[in-house]
Ligand binder design. Structure first.
Ligand SMILES: NC(=O)c1ccc[n+]([C@@H]2O[C@H](COP(=O)([O-])OP(=O)(O)OC[C@H]3O[C@@H](n4cnc5c(N)ncnc54)[C@H](O)[C@@H]3O)[C@@H](O)[C@H]2O)c1
Length: 248
């Protein structure tokens, strides 16, 4: 039970990496608040956790809206009394194609980068309250080592690593740790087209030293380490979980 009695907020916990992280954290004793724009998906994650005997709360929330971020934190504190850990996982998919390039840039930066600042700001007083808070910002190798299209996605994820270092620097002496967890290609709904098209999937897997896509549960394992007290001397870092993609 590596997160016994910790209270965790996970944005985008209704699917993919966020859901796998919510389930894993609950198995380790955490009380989990799932904040997702898709309330039905958030409810499903909560049901999965409760069926296994865990404690969880679903919140329908858009991390693009500051009042909704604040409402998530208030609901977490009301239900579970505190907030120890924040996983900033929600963001706009890089495949998003509506509007002009300028509209996509603004929306992408807002939903993927500013959203993490918004959630962190809303939760900060609680994360600092017990001198042992942790933030994990879910980033991407698209923001660190890869040349990536679209530009907004690369810039937003790179920006998240800057936010991470700032949080670690500014709040470190008050007990907060913040780390970036950068993913490679992971099998979730947003990479469905890679998974369903055999030729595309084979091409992606051929580039990966491990020879396969990542599983959300494998990302959850790394998030668990970073969020837990086992990582008590790890802060401000960029941790990559990509099956070796960036060394190939
Ligand atoms: N899957 C990959 O290959 C991959 C690679 C690199 C980085 N990532 C990053 O991992 C994170 C999770 O990705 P995933 O593949 O699990 O995605 P996913 O699409 O499977 O799930 C994302 C979840 O976030 C929710 N969401 C979207 N916008 C939201 C908003 N504005 N407010 C609240 N919730 C919102 C969705 O409803 C969904 O439940 C993202 O930040 C993504 O950029 C994923």
């Amino acid at each position: 039970m590596r997160l016994q009695d910790k209270v965790v907020i996970i944005t985008g916990g209704g699917a993919g990496v966020g859901r796998a992280t919510a389930i894993r954290f609950a198995m380790e004793g955490a009380k989990v608040v799932i904040a997702d724009i898709n309330g039905v998906a958030a409810d499903e994650t909560v049901s999965m956790i409760q069926r296994s005997g865990g404690q969880a709360l679903a919140m329908t929330a858009d991390v693009g809206k500051v009042e909704q971020c604040e409402a998530v934190v208030q609901a977490a504190v009301k239900r579970f009394g505190k907030v120890d850990i924040l996983i900033n996982n929600a963001g706009l998919p890089s495949s998003y194609s509506q509007g002009t390039v300028h509209e996509r840039w603004d929306l992408g930066i807002d939903q993927t980068l500013s959203s993490a600042y918004r959630m962190s700001h809303a939760a900060m007083e609680h994360l600092l309250a017990h001198h042992n808070g942790a933030i994990v910002n879910i980033c991407s190798i698209a923001g660190t080592k890869m040349g990536t299209d679209p530009a907004w996605y690369a810039a937003a994820k790179a920006g998240l690593t800057g936010l991470t270092r700032s949080q670690a620097y500014v709040y470190g002496k008050r007990g907060l740790r913040s780390n970036s967890l950068c993913l490679g290609v992971t099998a979730t709904q947003r990479t469905q087209r890679y998974q369903e098209d055999p030729a595309m999937r084979a091409a992606v897997e051929a580039r990966l030293p491990v020879g396969r896509l990542g599983r959300p549960e494998e990302i959850a394992n790394v998030a668990l380490f970073l969020a837990s007290d086992e990582a008590s001397f790890v802060t401000g870092q960029v941790i990559i979980a990509d099956g070796g993609h960036t060394i190939a």
